[in-house]
Design a protein around this ligand. Sequence first.
Ligand code: PGA
Length: 247
Amino acid sequence: MKKKLIAGNWKMNGSLAANETLVKGLLAGLGAPVCQVALCVPSVYLAQCQALMAHGAMSLGSQDVSQHEVGAFTGEISAAMLQEFGVHYCIVGHSERRQYHFESDVLVATKAQRVLACGITPIVCVGETLAEREAGRTEEVVKRQLAAVIHANGCCISEVVVAYEPVWAIGTGKTASIEQAQQVHAVLRQQLQAASNQADRIPIIYGGSMNAANAAQLLAQPDIDGGLVGGASLKVSDFLSIIASAC
Ligand code: PGA
């Protein structure tokens, strides 16, 4: 059985002081988890968190990457730069980037390619908006988003992590029901199986208001291999409790 992955997505939260308290608190409470744990932190804090997390049981992640390899792209951060700071995971195509930065399916697929080329595992986010769900378009939307990444990455697709994050459940306190989440995960699993004979090793994790109270039930579903946790990853006790549910 593959290990579950619990990844925290700090988004644009944190400070030098708060990060230190959070990371030290997590390390103290973690022990040796039997699941994988990652923290996706704002880029300016990668060096700090790399130092804090050295030799610990958690992996370092970033929240985005440039689609370009190198050059005149003011404000951008390349995959090679992330690699230098010990980044293991990189979120690509988060709905907040698709929405506020107009990231397309093709752009997201290119970003996945960039990080894979540097030995970093992309956490590829897919998910429908409320309007798309209500119009009965959930499957079509998530399959289209994932298809772009499969198309661009060929057999490397077995090296990615897929995160199903229904947009209407992110930061809203509304979680997809266990059945809704499992159903979409099964659809994504089938799509991956059609693309790769190694699809069963690809973690498909759930994100969207996962918390200490609902994590155990979500993580017990056959196709839910972990969680991408926003708000609840900022509190030591909540995040530790989610990790405990996965282990
Ligand atoms: P949330 O965020 O847990 O705060 O809903 C999840 C995410 O956006 O990755």
